[in-house]
Each structure stands twice: as C-alpha cells, then as structure tokens.
Ligand binder design. Structure first.
Ligand code: 5GP
Ligand code: ZN
Length: 116
C-alpha cells in the first residue's frame, strides 16, 4: 500500500499513532474519531493513501464505500443510536482537515446528543 510519511492517518494504519479500532480488512481501516462529535463517531479510511475523493485509484473509493453498510451496522449494534449521519469532506473550504480520504459515521441519539 502506498503511504505518506507525514500523514497522520497513514501513521494510524501503521500503528505508529494509537487508535481505537472499529473494523479492519485488507483495504479499509475504521477507528473512533479522537474528537467524538457523538458517542461512537467513527472514521473509515482506505489503507492506500488517497488525498480526497478526486484522487482515488484502482477502485479504492468503491471498496471504501462498499464497507460502510457493514461498519454502520456494527456501530448500530454496539452503540444503539437512533440515527446515523455519513459525512465526507473534500478540500479545505469544505472542512477537510486531514488530507487522507475518510468518511465520518456519526451516530445520533436524539436532541440530547448536542449535535444539531
Ligand atoms: P475532517 O475535518 O478532515 O473531515 O476530519 C478529520 C477528523 O480526524 C477530525 O474529526 C479529527 O478529530 C480527526 N482526527 C485528527 N487527528 C486524529 C488522530 O490522531 N486520531 C484520531 N482518532 N482522529 C483524529
Ligand atoms: Zn495517508
């Protein structure tokens, strides 16, 4: 897999930065976001370093998105949310702060989850 030295998500995949693993297979890694918008807030990333949705190669995006339903179901079982938002930020003006493609899975618990 192509990885980039100064990328924090590549370091997480390598285990150089610790993370709370939610799911892993040969193509994809999922882990809890360090800043939990709500309980169980998870990031799903390709193991191949990919800057954003515009720079996917060899089916990386298809593999990434294909895993989301399974990971969403695992989050639903573990955290019992009453809803779930998917979010993918591309480029800085859209809110991307880590330039390794990722999908946010944000469980929702009703008005009291504090995330409107
Ligand atoms: P973005 O703003 O690029 O869509 O999302 C990047 C996310 O990565 C943020 O929600 C941020 O909290 C998360 N993040 C940044 N650094 C780390 C880290 O070292 N570990 C984990 N688990 N999440 C991180
Ligand atoms: Zn990376």
């Amino acid at each position: 897999m192509t990885q980039v030295d100064d990328c924090i998500f590549c370091k997480i995949i390598n285990g150089d930065i610790p993370s709370a693993k939610v799911y892993e297979d040969e193509d994809v890694y999922a882990f809890l976001d360090i800043s939990q918008v709500t309980k169980g807030h998870t990031l799903v990333i390709p193991k191949e370093h990919t800057k954003d949705i515009y720079h996917t190669q060899s089916g990386a995006a298809e593999k990434l998105f294909a895993r989301v339903p399974k990971i969403a179901s695992a989050i639903k079982t573990s955290f019992q949310p009453i809803g779930l938002n998917l979010l993918n930020n591309n480029e800085e003006p859209a809110g991307q702060s880590v330039f390794h493609l990722h999908i946010h899975l944000i469980p929702r618990y009703g008005a009291e989850d504090g995330f409107e």
